[in-house]
Design a protein around this ligand. Structure first.
Ligand code: SF4
Length: 385
């Protein structure tokens, strides 16, 4: 089985063609959409696309099924909402994930704005997937989220800038953080971290790259927190979006119920200041919802590389996945939805393969399974009894 690895992320100005039309990624500023912006994005998704919206693992929204002839009008709508970068290069550089749990008194928003400005005014060319994380709460919540340069809290709650893969970071004042992060990014490029438009910081560090003295520090970051779960949290409510995919109507309804929506990299949306769980929508509102135990990629008919539908099968199997386990249903061996080991069902041209504990590209111990065969005896295949 072969599959295509693109090595870059779609944007609004540089969309990616998929089986259902263009995928147009919308990057909020500081991870935040105002209710008016979220409502505008929902309307644009219906008017210029299929109305289907995905949450990306970089805390962005992706509008699916956009017709190529409507792309220009969609860009105008996004520009009117303040969600369009000046050009595709600036857009690709603005790859910043922000911890969603910031308060107006915190540093996150201002750091994100300063880093956006520093990146926009630089002429640096970074690999397509290179990104930054701003994670400076008392505990780190973006520890498991891919990012190449991190602005975090260190021991004593000082601010540090840490390249991914380094154990320690450099203590900085808040006013120096964005310039230091940009300097580390420039060092990455100049020291040979990027080849053929690709490259990641952790691999560069593993390969023995050494930061210059002025950019290296000895401060360890604070301990990571457990991954947040849907439910009530300090400061608001966190809702899960099944498989990270929702209809524009759901986004619009959320925008009616909250003044602000913060995107997360966990297929969840944080509603700051909300006191009530949004009811009556296809959302995950409890930490024990079985849908949290399943992962499934876009699958057929939307992805041209998919050998099967995936999400309906995953929904039907969710209740049978043992607590603490994860079931991953993948439309092909690329495994876009889940890179960690799990009970994996991978679609091929001749049925599903079962990998009891691995990734979608691992060897299947049983092959040629049909969806109905698996549904008829889930415990046999998922190890539930
Ligand atoms: S894993 Fe799923 S979404 Fe990714 S390429 Fe394969 S079928 Fe498409």
């Amino acid at each position: 089985m072969t599959f295509e690895i693109k090595g870059w992320c779609p944007g609004a100005l540089r969309p990616m063609m998929s089986g259902d039309g263009l995928v147009v990624r919308v990057r909020p500023h500081a991870g935040r959409f105002s209710a008016a912006q979220a409502s505008g994005v929902a309307q644009a998704a219906r008017e210029y696309g299929s109305g289907q919206i995905d949450l990306s693992s970089r805390a962005n929204l992706q509008l699916r099924g956009v017709r190529p002839e409507s792309h220009g009008a969609l860009l105008s709508a996004l520009a009117a909402l303040g969600l369009l970068d000046p050009d595709a290069l600036a857009e690709s550089r603005r790859n910043i994930v922000v911890s969603p749990f910031w308060s107006e008194k915190g540093l996150e928003r201002i750091l994100a704005e300063e880093l956006e400005t520093a990146l926009a005014s630089s002429n640096i060319v970074l690999p397509g997937k290179f990104g930054f994380a701003i994670d400076c709460g008392r505990e780190r919540v973006l520890d498991q989220v891919p990012a190449d340069i991190r602005i975090e809290r260190g021991a004593g709650q000082c601010l540090i800038v840490r390249p991914d893969g380094a154990e320690c970071g450099l203590a900085v004042k808040a006013s120096e953080a964005s310039a230091t992060a940009l300097a580390v990014a420039k060092w990455f490029v100049e020291s040979g971290g990027m080849t053929g438009g690709r490259g990641r910081m952790a691999a560069h560090m593993r390969n023995g790259a050494t930061l210059p003295h002025a950019l290296s520090g000895g401060i360890q970051p604070v301990v990571p927190a457990r991954q947040p779960q849907p439910g009530y949290t300090a400061g608001g409510v966190l809702v899960g979006v099944p498989f990270g995919s929702m209809h524009a109507d759901t986004l619009e309804e959320l925008a009616r119920r909250a003044p602000e929506l913060r995107m997360t990299p966990w297929r969840m949306i944080f509603l700051p200041s909300a006191h009530e769980m949004p009811a009556g929508l296809d959302l995950v509102t409890r930490a024990d919802d079985p849908l949290l135990r399943v992962e499934a990629c876009t699958g057929a008919p939307w992805c041209p590389q998919a050998c099967s539908e995936t999400r309906s099968l995953a929904r039907q199997l969710a209740a049978f996945v043992p607590e603490g386990a994860t079931l991953h249903v993948s439309g092909c061996a690329k495994g876009c939805a889940c890179s960690r080991r799990a009970v994996t069902l991978v679609a091929t041209a001749s049925g599903f393969g079962l990998i009891p504990n691995g990734t979608a590209s691992d060897h299947a111990v049983v092959t040629g399974l049909s969806a109905s065969q698996i549904i008829s005896d889930p415990a046999l295949y998922l190890g539930g009894s």
